[in-house]
Design a protein around this ligand. Structure first.
Ligand code: DGY
Length: 330
């Protein structure tokens, strides 16, 4: 398995499903952080020392400091598709493989985007709170009026795998799909999604529903701020299933307080799990605790893909979903 023919030593940095530990135990010596709280940065760096590999989640920040003293490290496998928690350059400099879990969560996460879109458009959270509060006494013509989803314009920011899966859901609702991406899709993919490429401003001004699905990086930090929110229709919704930090939460709270847009559906937040306190008081926002990929089937698939990647890397084989394939063979 490794050069000295001993069992590889790995860190599992957060609690995973028991079946995952069983798979790993058959092959590796595990230092298991069997808890839901993430390690501190210092603890993480400490626990990586002497490890050949590590299984981490999107909450563990992996940078030059955390891997500095982990001289044996060959691979770090992320149980997440987003890998903004990895400093890829720092991994590359050390020749350490990084992997993520794309594809297996595409449809589940697209479903969540649509769930938030539907919930905010039809004011489901607000309506349920009102009902549970005992306020429903009569049918009323103007009660809880929402905005339509069907036959509206869906604007998708970030047209990777999940963006395309959302576009296809939009088509089933008779939506006109427009998108913005770093570069336009190939004609074939555009055709499959029946989506039209537009610039950012055109999307913001024309979409009835704006869905954020792009990766988070320095370039996409506060991609949606006060200026962008001001471009949106007052009847439009904004959904973020990508990453906190893509939206300037301060600006969003202010826009929602002024009813500058119809509402927002959020699964991710700046500085999560802490939330901007203003969000909690607003009726026109649906809030979820970063559960975009959280179905049993998908979370098992993510765990198993991350383990496949880790074991492949430890065995000197190319992992299926490397985030830095450019270092392979070097
Ligand atoms: C992902 O896979 O990137 C999800 O957001 C979980 O972190």
């Amino acid at each position: 398995m490794n050069s000295s023919n001993t069992r590889p030593k790995i860190l599992v940095a957060r609690r995973i499903f028991p079946e995952g530990i069983e798979r790993l135990e058959a092959i590796c010596d595990i230092d298991y952080v069997d808890q839901i709280e993430p390690l501190t940065k210092v603890e993480l760096a400490q626990r990586l020392i002497g490890k050949d590999g590590a299984l981490v989640t999107g909450s563990e920040r992996i940078d030059a400091d955390t891997i500095k003293d982990a001289k044996a490290l060959k691979i770090i496998s992320n149980i997440a598709v987003g890998f903004n928690n990895f400093d890829v350059e720092a991994l590359n400099q050390r020749g350490i493989i990084g992997t993520n879990t794309p594809d297996v969560l595409t449809d589940t996460t697209a479903d969540m985007g649509f769930a938030l879109l539907m919930a905010i458009s039809r004011r489901l959270s607000e309506a349920e709170r009102w009902l549970r509060d005992g306020q429903w006494h009569h049918w009323e013509m103007g009660r809880m009026l929402g905005v339509d989803i069907h036959h509206s314009t869906l604007g998708i920011m970030g047209m990777g795998r999940i963006g395309q899966a959302i576009a296809k859901r939009g088509l089933a609702f008779g939506m006109n799909v427009i998108y913005y991406n770093r570069k336009p899709l190939s004609k074939d993919l555009e055709q499959a999604c029946q989506a039209t490429y537009v610039d950012k401003e055109t999307l913001l001004k024309n979409a009835d529903h704006v869905m954020l699905v792009m990766p988070y990086s320095a370039d996409s930090h506060h991609f949606i701020g006060a200026k962008e929110l001001a471009m949106m229709k007052s009847t439009a919704t904004l959904v973020n299933i990508a990453r906190g930090g893509i939206v300037d939460d301060n600006a969003l709270v202010e826009a929602l307080q002024r009813n500058q847009i119809f509402g927002a559906g959020l699964d991710v937040y700046e500085g999560e799990p802490k939330l901007h306190p203003g969000l909690l008081d607003l009726p026109n926002v649906v809030l979820a605790p970063h559960i975009g990929s959280a179905t049993e089937k998908t979370r098992y698939s993510m765990m198993n893909l991350a383990i496949d990647n880790l074991l492949a890397g430890l065995a000197g084989q190319k992992p299926k979903t490397m985030i830095n394939p450019e270092i392979w063979g070097k």
